[in-house]
Design a protein around this ligand. Structure first.
Ligand code: CP
Ligand code: NVA
Length: 297
């Protein structure tokens, strides 16, 4: 059966730990001659860089297809793109606007499809985030992860699911109308504890990890309005004081200093954002091997 990675829940908790065990140890060119087609409807630094370099380091090749190359659903249907791409590439990674687009790619593809970010989830980011937490805290179970800001957000959704799958508590502090997707929350509550609040201090209280993301995700409109709505949800020194003394700060990047986070926090001693960014490469190398050759794990 083809393994896709559209949601963090497409891996079991056991498989996530297997991927983590392989990350940073995966140096042999086990994907020699293999190709990953990378479809982008939106811009990217980390996702493109990490997947392309991952394929190079594994002995394979990444083919970049930018927004003007394909024209998903404009120049060609998603189904036809999936079938043609599958006939040549060994895997597909896609960054899309609508989550249904990755689902449709997976429906028609005959090779694994990886979600490189949709409006609903950013599962590769959650893998790297959880791996980083494990590297620093030496455990995940029992920790409190606090996400403060826009809860209706791909990064928050995948991290909420992944964190609860691995036994952490996930707290989300967001203004009314910007809480996490109800289905995601219901799914995560089956795995573990989820706290939702409008109070950023309550979310951050005694947290081991404080996370935020941009207030204006790719595709969002009304920038000025959103900045006003989220103003009280900025991660600054004052808010970090509610978290544990040894709490770390995380952000998937790109960041907007002075909006969702102050420069003294993201560039300060508690921040681990560049270790987090680098880990995209390490965990994705392990993920690619897992999806294509699970026997190598
Ligand atoms: N964090 C992340 O996915 O970064 P890019 O948008 O630059 O790929
Ligand atoms: N939530 C952000 C993540 C960027 C990596 C976005 O979708 O733009």
């Amino acid at each position: 059966m083809i393994k896709h990675f559209l949601s963090i829940t497409d891996l079991t908790a056991k498989e996530i730990w297997q991927v983590f065990a392989l990350a940073k140890r995966q140096s042999k060119p086990v994907l020699k001659g293999k190709s990953l087609a990378m479809i982008f409807e939106k811009p990217s630094l980390r996702t493109r860089l990490s997947f392309e370099i991952a394929m190079t380091q594994l002995g394979g090749h990444g083919v970049y297809l930018g927004p003007s190359d394909i024209g998903l659903e404009k120049r060609e249907s998603v189904g036809d793109v999936a079938r043609v791409t599958s006939s040549m590439a060994d895997m597909i990674m896609a960054r899309v606007f609508k989550h249904e687009t990755v689902e449709k790619l997976a429906e028609y593809a005959t090779v694994p499809v990886i979600n490189g970010l949709s409006d609903l989830e950013h599962p590769c980011q959650a893998l790297a985030d959880l791996f980083t937490i494990w590297e620093i805290k030496a455990k995940i179970k029992g920790l409190k992860i606090a996400f403060v800001g826009d809860g209706e957000n791909n990064v928050a959704h995948s991290l909420c699911l992944g964190a609860t799958m691995l036994g952490a508590t996930f707290a989300c502090g967001s203004p009314k109308g910007f809480w996490m997707n109800k289905q995601i929350v219901a799914q995560a509550k089956k795995f573990g504890k989820v706290i939702e609040t409008v109070d950023p201090k309550e979310a951050a209280a005694d947290a081991d990890i404080v996370v935020t993301d941009t207030w204006i995700s790719m595709g969002d409109t009304d920038k000025e309005k959103r900045i006003k709505i989220f103003k009280k949800y900025q991660v600054n020194q004052k808010l970090m004081k509610y978290a544990k003394k040894d709490a770390i700060f995380m952000h998937c990047l790109p960041a907007h200093r002075g909006e969702e986070v102050t420069a003294d926090v993201i560039d300060g001693p508690q921040s681990v954002v560049f270790q987090e960014a680098e880990n995209r490469l390490h965990v994705q190398k392990a993920l690619l091997v897992h999806l294509l050759s699970p026997d190598m794990l």
